[in-house]
Design a protein around this ligand. Structure first.
Ligand code: CAO
Length: 424
């Protein structure tokens, strides 16, 4: 039995933020029914296409373990089917532009009338306020949530990160909101609205930067390299390059091969607790007793010199050798792994975080599996559905339409083209 077995999700999501949420719920065992516009589907099916005629990786990597029904929710018969789906399902997840559900005729009040236990979970760009009507994409959320202003180097512009904290990060927040609401429903019998605004999700992930904003009022942030370099602080938390956020000096340093390999680097933390071991490893034992180098506070204005010396050492080793040498000594380091190295990592394949999936139209492709491991609810990643692949199955097996009723729905054009044989 899977953790969420028996939970039915009406998945009205598209693009990235919503689909990452419902994919997680599907991995935990929920029956996720993805509703898509007939003949069109989720826009990502056709975005960044690499195999002509097949769903893109953008789509396939975000929609595993789901079933797809084509349904026009603006057609009268389509609305009837959607009403039945709302009656039958436990959770409706959507990330339409603000107001789209209301315009379809499915306001929160209407949804509650149809099914008072229904949980309506939404991703929006912003919460209530002056920007609530805006359409929002990943980088807008990163910029509005404090990530861009605190990422990058002091002398460079604000920078967005590769990690999709606005989309996939908000999907995670929403998933937690949904399972929490499901838990509450078991005690109250009532549904509720769950809202995860992308800006708020990014702000939550930038919590330590807002911590530093307030610490700034008490004086300069001494653990920032900027302080050691004697550069004055402004009004807001600055961009801190590759400084570590926790107060222990850290930098990204070159390793053997950096001249040709853009990822031949390691992260290196000169943690106070292991300072003496760092000195020994890099061949600078004199720093252990030298005045001005003994305590973390004394070293703050010498970080450039110290890391330059550490780098002289790391440049004689590969990033993996640095790891092999420092790990047993508890010196915190980490190789900068490329996406290629991650995809080829045998250990990640063994844990199911990297998986190979067969797809009828694209053949084999590699995907990211479930990053959360439940010992009593193992995940088996299955391929994403073709557009409308389960239309008839859902109408018949989930909603109980058969014979004439099923034929009428197909004739109305509410569900697009279906496999006649399956319909019969
Ligand atoms: N049947 C009929 N109509 C459907 C339908 C269906 N099955 N599914 C969607 N539609 C309609 C919607 O009702 C909407 O119609 P109206 O504009 O007439 O109300 C229309 O399709 C377009 O929906 P949309 O406005 O949500 O889509 P968009 O491409 O214009 O905007 C996005 C995309 C992501 C910017 C917007 O949905 C949004 O801001 N979502 C919230 C924030 C979010 O999730 N952003 C992350 C996106 S990932 O980077």
């Amino acid at each position: 039995m899977k953790a969420l077995e028996g939970v039915k999700i009406l998945d009205f999501t598209h693009v990235q933020s919503g689909p990452t949420c419902t994919q997680l719920l599907a991995w935990f065992g929920a029956d996720v029914i993805k509703v898509e516009r007939p003949g069109v589907g989720d826009a990502t099916r056709q975005q960044l296409v690499d195999v002509p005629g097949a769903d893109s990786l953008y789509f396939t990597m975000l929609n595993h373990n789901k079933r797809s029904i084509e349904l026009n929710s603006k057609n009268e018969t389509g609305k009837e089917v959607l009403t039945r789906l709302i009656e039958t399902c436990d959770v409706m997840v959507e990330n339409f532009a603000p107001g789209a559900l209301d315009r379809m005729g499915f306001s929160w009040e209407r949804i509650q009338e149809i099914n008072p236990r229904m949980i309506l979970a939404s991703v929006k760009g912003f919460g209530p306020g002056k920007y609530e009507d805006c359409k929002v994409y990943e980088n807008v959320a990163q910029c509005a949530g404090g990530s861009a202003s605190t990422t990058g180097f002091l002398d460079g512009p604000p920078t967005v990160t590769g990690a999709q904290i606005g989309d996939s990060g908000t999907g995670l927040h929403l998933a937690l909101g949904i399972v929490t609401a499901l838990f509450q429903t078991t005690r109250t019998g009532r549904g509720q609205k769950v809202l995860a605004p992308m800006q708020d999700g990014v702000i939550n992930l930038c919590r330590v930067k807002l911590r530093d904003q307030q610490r700034l009022e008490a004086g300069p942030l001494k653990e920032y390299s900027q302080y050691g370099a004697g550069i004055e602080f402004g009004e807001a938390t600055p961009r801190a390059g590759n400084d570590s956020g926790g107060g222990q000096p850290g930098r990204i340093l070159k390793c053997k091969g950096w001249e040709t390999d853009p990822n031949a680097y390691t992260y290196f933390i000169t943690q106070a607790a292991v300072w003496e071991r760092v000195c020994d490893v890099i061949g600078a034992p004199e720093w252990k007793t030298k005045e001005g180098y003994k305590s973390p506070a004394e070293r703050l204005d010498k970080l450039d010199e110290i890391f330059a010396r550490v780098e002289e050492w790391t440049m004689t080793k590969t990033k993996f050798e640095v790891m092999d040498i420092c790990n047993p000594l508890d010196i915190p380091v980490g190789p900068i792994l490329s996406t290629k190295e991650i995809i080829e990592d045998e250990g990640l394949r063994k844990t199911g975080t990297i998986v190979d999936i067969d797809h009828p139209k694209r053949g084999k492709y590699t995907s990211v599996g479930c990053p959360i491991k439940l010992s009593d609810s193992p995940v088996e990643v299955t391929r994403s559905p073709l557009l409308g692949e389960h239309t008839v199955e859902i109408l018949r097996d989930v909603l109980g339409y058969d014979g004439e009723a099923l034929a009428k729905i197909v004739e109305s054009g509410a569900v697009g083209k279906v496999d006649q044989k399956a319909a019969e």
